[in-house]
Each structure stands twice: as C-alpha cells, then as structure tokens.
Design a protein around this ligand. Structure first.
Ligand SMILES: [Zn+2]
Length: 112
C-alpha cells in the first residue's frame, strides 16, 4: 500500500494547497490550479468522479464548455488519487475511513 504523501502536482511536483470552493461561470467545483496550468478537483465521496469530470474539463478550458466537449483524449492528460482532505495527503485513508478522490488534469499543449 502506498504511503501517504503531501498533496503534490503529478505533472510538475509543486506542493499544493487544499482544494477550495470555486465558482467560475457555470462551474462549481472544489479544487484549484497549479502553477504549471494543471487543475485539480476534489470529490469528497470518492464515488462520483464521473460527475466532476466534465466540470474539471470545463475548468481546465477556462469555463469554455464547448471547448471542453471538443477535446480529444490525446489533447489532455488526467490522473486521479485517493485523497484525504483532513490531512491534505494523497493515498491516505481518511480518519473516517472514507477517502475522497482528487482528479488532476492538464492540457498537453495550449489550445486556441
Ligand atoms: Zn503542476
């Protein structure tokens, strides 16, 4: 089993702050932005990554839903981890025994 480690961008290794509530255009997510341009989104339940996935993609596209829907799988990379909000650590079991998920996404190149 992997050891818990601090929340860190998987693309550039920057240490990141806890996800925060973000309302931007039509998007409501709990997440943040890394200095490398990657975004992250937190799913507290750990069971509905599908629901936050489109919001995360739209956030990645700066609120442009049409652009998000037109992205091809080769246009971006994404990776998700177990994440415990209380300790702000990846691959950790939360104190309640229920780990959330955190999803990272980054465009492979700047589009448009
Ligand atoms: Zn980064």
């Amino acid at each position: 089993m992997p050891r818990p480690r601090p929340l860190q961008c998987p693309f550039c290794s920057t240490y990141l702050i806890r996800p925060v509530e973000i309302r931007f255009k039509a998007i409501e997510i709990t997440g943040g932005i890394c200095r490398c341009g990657a975004i992250y989104a937190f799913d507290r339940t750990g069971h509905s990554l599908g629901e936050i996935y489109l919001d995360a993609m739209t956030f990645l596209c700066r609120g442009d839903l049409d652009m998000a829907l037109s992205l091809n799988p080769e246009d971006y990379e994404d990776i998700s981890f177990d994440y415990d909000y209380e300790t702000n650590r990846l691959d950790a079991r939360s104190s309640t025994g229920r780990a959330g998920k955190i999803l990272f996404m980054r465009l492979k190149q700047r589009l448009g």
